[in-house]
Design a protein around this ligand. Structure first.
Ligand code: HEM
Length: 488
């Protein structure tokens, strides 16, 4: 019996050895990979971050994995991250194609466009148009302040009560980007915005979840009615809404006098550049909407959760806000230079919350090298953001929420190099400016007017997030009180 079991194991071992996926010459090291499955069994597909961290301990800052039969390189730590996305920037600036998320978006838009002239032209157009319809400092601040009034009203209705801030923050950031794209906003109770936000939340959870990984690893399951099909239905819902809004714009627009992003894009389509088309416009609106909503709103959700868990930090923010804004009716983005503590808190929220944990997957555009290893063109590149945002040696307190990480001995705000929640290099987040402005103006305005506390009957705050393309805090409620001495 023992001999048979031994022989059976020997056979299995032999088969694995014969058919195991082989790494190219001088490819980064990594765990043994199984035929067909690759390293899927090495990862908790519901949340692989801890597994990425453990593999780093065994194989170093640059290691490889197989997602099914597709080789991938995982980059960890500031040094390797900088070498890849900043120093050898263009070598690592591609996007993988033929994955779940490419099929969902029908290969339209800028986020997943591969490195090349289409991506460059659309990125440049998006940045320029965002600047014209929002990021230009004053007009964007105005839009954010307009939207905050609705958030403030919502909170005022809940004075003395507890409320779940999730939908409120999602609606606020969704409306800010909606205004830039479509020159419209939706009431917080509007059925359509609830549907859109719900669509995205589900879609992003599926996109970084186990079913998306299975879709990428096993192409033969793609046409089966498995749970990933829901994401295709959600995408169709958004596409239909967006199509309707674009058609309305086509009827009412005056060429050459754009009111928003959609009008500007339609002007560009008429200049008949082949790359600019109505189909691409739907892709662009999806990209900017999705990238601009879930990221910012989850950062605010995480931020308020930490301020509930650490009330002394909330008090300290409020003292600084009261002092600096004394006599002013409202905060402006420029005030941040006089508020080192508030700046430190917002940056610490972004560092600790690690909202986009695996960035957006990159891909090598040519044969290249990283940390002495050879990486062929077309290799999938995964950035483990936690390995930088919580890297030992880069932070005073890498593993705890502590605004001191961004303050020097004199209490001045300093930004360590390892702060890269927006990533870096040519693919750095295109909405960084908008996101930073939203986070500062919204958090300061709300903290100036309200005091937020953790409900007494809610147990201890749980800071562990739920994994997805974005990390989301677990649903929570907060008690809202008016701060007596301040007005908004
Ligand atoms: C706190 C908020 C945000 C965070 C943490 C964040 C983070 C990121 C990260 C990590 C990437 C991937 C960069 C890379 O591939 O190396 C990214 C890309 C991108 N983000 Fe953001 N983002 C935020 C807000 C926004 C907003 C408000 C917008 C839209 C206006 C936006 C639009 C984009 C776009 C279009 C890309 C793709 C850029 C490209 O491929 O060239 N993001 N973001």
């Amino acid at each position: 019996m023992i001999v048979s079991i031994f022989l059976l194991w020997l056979c299995i071992f032999f088969i694995i050895f014969q058919f195991k996926l082989r790494r190219p010459k001088n490819f980064p090291p990594g765990p043994l990979s199984l035929p067909v499955l690759g390293n899927l069994l090495n990862l908790d597909l519901k949340n692989p971050i801890m597994d990425f961290e453990k593999l780093k301990e065994s194989y170093g800052n640059v290691y490889s994995l197989f997602i099914g039969s597709r080789p991938a390189v995982v980059i960890n730590g500031l040094k390797a991250m900088k070498e890849a996305i900043m120093i050898k920037a263009t070598d690592f600036a591609g996007r993988p194609q033929n994955m779940f998320i490419n099929d969902i978006t029908q290969r339209k838009g800028v986020i997943l466009a591969d490195y090349g002239s289409f991506w460059r032209d659309h990125r440049r157009f998006a940045l320029m148009t965002l600047r014209n319809f929002g990021l230009g400092k004053t007009s964007m601040e105005e839009r954010i302040h307009e939207e905050i009034q609705f958030t403030v009203s919502k909170l005022e209705e809940n004075i003395g009560k507890t409320l779940s801030p999730q939908v409120m923050f999602h609606n606020a950031s969704s409306n800010i980007i909606c205004k830039v794209l479509f020159n419209t906003r939706y009431d917080y109770e509007d059925g359509m915005i609830t549907e859109i936000v719900q669509c995205f939340v589900e879609l992003l959870k599926i996109a970084n979840g186990p079913w998306a990984m299975m879709y990428d690893a096993f192409p033969w399951i793609r046409s089966l009615p498995l749970p990933f099909s829901k994401a295709f239905r959600n995408m169709e819902t958004f596409r239909n809404i967006s199509k309707r809004l674009v058609n309305e714009h086509k009827m009412s627009r005056v060429p050459g006098e754009p009111r928003d992003f959609v009008d500007s894009y339609l002007d560009e389509v008429e200049k008949s550049s082949n790359d600019f088309s109505e189909q691409q416009l739907l892709g662009m609106t999806f990209d900017l909407y999705v990238a601009g909503t879930d990221t910012t709103s989850n950062t605010m959700l995480a931020g308020f959760l930490y301020l509930l868990a650490y009330p002394h930090i909330q008090d300290k923010c409020q003292r600084e806000i009261d002092q600096i804004l004394e006599g002013k009716d409202r905060v402006s983005f420029d005030d941040r230079h006089k508020m080192p503590y508030m700046q430190a808190v917002i940056h610490e929220v972004q560092r600790f919350a690690n909202i986009v944990p695996l960035s957006v997957f990159h891909c090598t555009t040519k044969d290249t090298e990283l940390s002495g290893y050879s990486i062929p063109k077309g290799t999938l590149i995964i950035q483990n953001m936690q390995s930088v945002l919580r890297e030992e040696g880069q932070w005073k307190s890498p593993h705890e929420f502590n605004p001191e990480n961004f303050l020097n001995e004199q209490g001045e705000f300093v930004k360590p190099e390892a702060f890269m929640p927006f990533s870096a290099g040519p693919r750095v987040c295109l909405g960084e400016g908008l996101a930073r402005m939203e986070l500062f103006i919204i958090m300061v305005t709300l903290l100036r007017k309200f005091k937020f506390t953790w409900p007494e009957d809610a147990g201890e705050p749980d800071l562990t997030p739920i994994f997805g393309a974005t990390l989301t805090p677990k649903p929570y409620r907060m008690k809202v009180q008016l701060r007596s001495e301040q007005s908004c």
